[in-house]
Every structure is written in structure tokens, then in C-alpha cells.
Design a protein around this ligand. Structure first.
Ligand code: NAP
Length: 249
């Protein structure tokens, strides 16, 4: 399929739903070969079929992004199959909100292991390939929660602030290798993200909060990502903060 990303190879983590799914479709529609990764294989295979049906190219690789060995296999398989990785979309994430006191610390481990370490593993694994190619683009999905801290969101906030700090250090380390780094910071997007909150009361509160404004759609974020990765090669779009018009905080 011809487009602004023809011949480019992109890995999208967390592609089985929401923002990752929409982004994989949008990149494929611009001609990129997309490698789609997440844990739910059935959803990945369905997306692979949708991309193929619109004339695109996709390869699904079941991956738990919080597992370093699986992330290494994801990048190695992509390299072996397509010979390069031009774009990495570090999107997989969970938002397990709740107060710090009395928290289930397993929620903390899941957030840090995926939102922070998973993103770091994937970045670490693609860098040698991107450096050897002399070009690359890493897009890290943070959040408004990476800019504004709230009670009840301490560890999710910490995970997304970590994404911001890591991304800026990364940019300073790799810009001379012609590798671009972009942070995307969405506000409320209509996805299944809040449904995975383990605390029933907090889950209900977030359902009401999401229901109180007209949310962004995953495609709105995918459009911002496509914008960032299709700029001329001298342009490094470092940060995009994008809220629904009705969202104040
Ligand atoms: N929705 C919002 O309001 C919002 C706002 C700001 C930022 N974000 C960020 O946007 C990103 C995408 O979230 P979303 O809103 O699209 O939510 P989503 O629909 O729940 O998507 C999350 C994705 O992450 C994947 N994932 C979860 N655990 C994983 C693991 N251990 N290994 C691999 N993949 C895993 C899920 O797939 P599997 O379950 O199949 O593995 C799914 O594909 C997240 O980083 C989130 O923090 C979302």
C-alpha cells in the first residue's frame, strides 16, 4: 500500500485494543509494515486480518511487554522478517488507579513493569538496529498524568513521569544518530483502559469521570502519531499533549 510510510517497518505494542489498535491501522494505511504486539493473540490476529483486508501488511507477535526476553524476541523476529525497524510505538500500558495507603502492591508492580520497564526494554532492544540503519523514530505514549499529578493516581503518575524523563534523556542521547523521540500525552480517550482498574470503587469513579466529558477517540491519538512520524527528516516533534475540548484537568 502506497503512502507516506511506504517501506517503513513499525512495531506497535499494546495493539490489541484502543490507541495501539487504531495506530497500527493508521500506520498501515500510510503504507508501513506493522508488527503488532500484545498478549491477546485472538485480537491481534483479527487486526492482522483487517489490515490485510485494506491492502496493508501486518505481522502479529504475541508478547508480554513486561517480560524482557519476550520483548527481545519481538524485536529479533521483526528484524529477521523485515530487516529493519524504523518506528517503535511504545503504547502498551495499564492504569490501575487507587490511593497509596492500603493499595494492592501487585497493581504497582504491573504498572511499573509494563508502563516503565516494558517501554525501556523495547527501546533498548531497537536502538542497535536503528543506529545501524542510521535512522529511527521512537514514540512513547505517556499521558496528561505524565504532566499533572493527582491523589489516587500516585503510581500511574510516577510511571508516566518516568516515561517523560526517560524520553528526554533518550532524545539527548540519540539525536546525533538521526533517531527521533516523541512523547504523546493523551487526555481522556474512550478505550478499555479504566475497565482494568482492580479497585471496584475507583473503577466506578473513573467510569463516571470518563462519562462526564466527550472523550477523544483512539483515532484522534493515532492521527497525532501519524503526524509526528511523517514530518520531514529534519523535524523532531518531541511532545504532543492532546485533551478532549471538554476536559479541564
Ligand atoms: N485511554 C486513555 O484515556 C489514555 C489516556 C492517556 C494515556 N493513555 C495510554 O495509552 C496507552 C494505551 O492505552 P489504551 O487507552 O489504548 O487502553 P487499552 O485499550 O486498555 O489498551 C492497552 C493495550 O496494552 C496492552 N497490554 C496490557 N498489558 C500488556 C502486557 N503485559 N504486555 C503487552 N501488552 C499489554 C493491551 O493488550 P493485552 O491485554 O492483549 O496484552 C492493550 O492492547 C497506555 O499506555 C495508556 O496509559 C490512555
Amino acid at each position: 500500500m502506497a503512502g507516506k510510510l511506504t517501506d517503513k517497518v513499525a512495531i506497535v505494542t499494546g495493539a490489541s485494543s484502543g490507541i495501539g489498535e487504531a495506530t497500527a491501522l493508521a500506520l498501515a494505511a500510510e503504507g508501513a509494515k506493522v508488527v503488532i504486539a500484545a498478549r491477546r493473540s485472538d485480537r491481534l490476529l483479527a487486526l492482522e486480518a483487517r489490515i490485510t483486508a485494506i491492502g496493508g501488511k501486518a505481522l502479529s507477535i504475541t508478547t508480554d511487554v513486561s517480560d524482557e526476553a519476550q520483548v527481545e524476541a519481538l524485536v529479533n523476529t521483526t528484524g529477521a522478517k523485515f530487516g529493519r525497524v524504523d518506528i517503535l510505538i511504545n503504547n502498551a500500558g495499564v492504569m490501575l488507579l487507587g490511593l497509596i495507603d492500603n493499595a494492592d502492591t501487585e497493581d504497582w508492580r504491573r504498572m511499573i513493569n509494563l508502563n516503565v520497564l516494558g517501554l525501556m526494554y523495547a527501546t533498548h532492544k531497537v536502538l542497535p538496529l536503528m543506529k545501524a540503519q542510521g535512522v529511527g523514530h521512537i514514540v512513547n505514549i505517556s499521558s496528561v498524568a505524565g504532566r499533572i499529578v493527582n491523589a489516587g493516581s500516585g503510581v500511574y503518575n510516577a510511571s508516566k513521569w518516568a516515561v517523560g524523563a526517560f524520553s528526554e534523556a533518550l532524545r539527548k542521547e540519540v539525536y546525533q544518530n538521526n533517531i527521533r523521540v516523541t512523547i504523546i500525552e493523551p487526555g481522556l480517550v474512550a478505550t478499555e483502559l479504566p475497565q482494568h482498574i482492580t479497585h471496584p470503587t475507583v473503577r466506578e469513579q473513573m467510569k463516571n469521570y470518563y462519562g462526564s466529558v466527550k472523550n477523544l477517540e483512539s483515532e484522534d491519538i493515532a492521527n497525532a502519531i501519524v503526524y509526528a512520524v511523517t514530518q520531514p527528516s529534519h523535524v523532531n516533534v518531541n511532545e504532543i499533549l492532546i485533551r478532549p475540548i471538554e476536559q479541564q484537568a
